[in-house]
Ligand binder design. Sequence first.
Ligand SMILES: C=C1C[C@]23C[C@H]1CC[C@H]2[C@@]12CCC[C@@](C)(C(=O)O1)[C@H]2[C@@H]3C(=O)O
Ligand SMILES: O=C(O)CCC(=O)C(=O)O
Ligand SMILES: [Fe+2]
Length: 341
Amino acid sequence: MNPTMKLQTQTFNNVPTLPDSYVWSTTPSESPCLHSIDEKQVPPVVDIGDPSAFSLVRDACEKWGVFQAINHGIPLSLFQETEFEARRLFSLPTEQKQLFARLPEGFTGYGLVRISRNFPKLMWSECFGMIGSPVEHASQLWPQDHANFCEVMEQFQVEMKTLCEKLVAVMLRSLGLTNEQDTKWFEPKNESDRAKCFLQLNSYPVCPDPDRAMGLAPHTDSSLFTLLYQGGINGLQVYDDGVGWVDVQPVEGALVVNVGDLMHIVSNGRFKSVLHRVVVNNTRHRISTAFFYLPPWDAKVSPLKKLVEFDHLPMYRQVTWKEYVETKSKDLSKALDSIRI
Ligand SMILES: C=C1C[C@]23C[C@H]1CC[C@H]2[C@@]12CCC[C@@](C)(C(=O)O1)[C@H]2[C@@H]3C(=O)O
Ligand SMILES: O=C(O)CCC(=O)C(=O)O
Ligand SMILES: [Fe+2]
């Protein structure tokens, strides 16, 4: 556990002022958010059961790279149970949480978000990542009392994965892709074609000076897309070239669907990988659950054939997810350019 990480997890308990290591120069107050009331200037809410869902999803992915999905079929109670268990985990004493710190190169476990290494200042957040069952870590945390946490997290991932397979079908079919080759990720014929998933619980404690802190620095996700349940507390903002930073106002029961870098590649640049960040507040502890839908670990991801016929040359060369995440961890903003054709 390096000292920075140790400090980070001890800082959150009711400090009166923001430690300097958490004061960001380009703070939210420097790059303000447009608190738009015009619904044209905010990411759309899409009823995915709507007959015109295909065109609504396509338009949202092309213009914004993000939309809020409703009528997705996952009960609100499951989100509430997941949030409850996440709060139980993050409310544990720091020493206990540090027992299963995520390894520097690892993905699962407790600690700072992975991109923290790319920034000079610390983010006002902590997280816990898992792939499938969290029992390995949870049993260390709560030797006698980890069953409910594991059951809820596993059930949550099962439901989210099923929804992802529906959504990826809508996205690809909205691009006119219907043949076997293009549907292998959501109608896998064999295990190697099966997409992978990663669940990240994010915790943003109450902050004494939210305008000078950063909950989660601006980034794009290295996923095909990410399903995000942000609970009822504001914080997520997306960047729109024409407008600047825009709040994604929480809609009860809605799931934020944000396009990731890999769907941007697969769609040959048509779907936008949305830049987003999280700002914190001084009254409520915000929890979010981010479910990353990923291609199989070694799948060679490249623009889908059907999108590069005729006058559309491929914009990106093929890359595996592992290669891409490695490239990105070196330089967040140049990863896509590094594979540009
Ligand atoms: C499955 C993923 C996606 C990762 C890498 C890997 C495990 C951790 C994920 C996140 C989660 C938090 C934001 C992010 C930017 C981060 O720092 O760690 C994500 C990153 C990415 O989307 O690049
Ligand atoms: O907490 C949020 O609203 C967003 C989290 C996020 O962007 C991520 O985990 O990649
Ligand atoms: Fe993200």
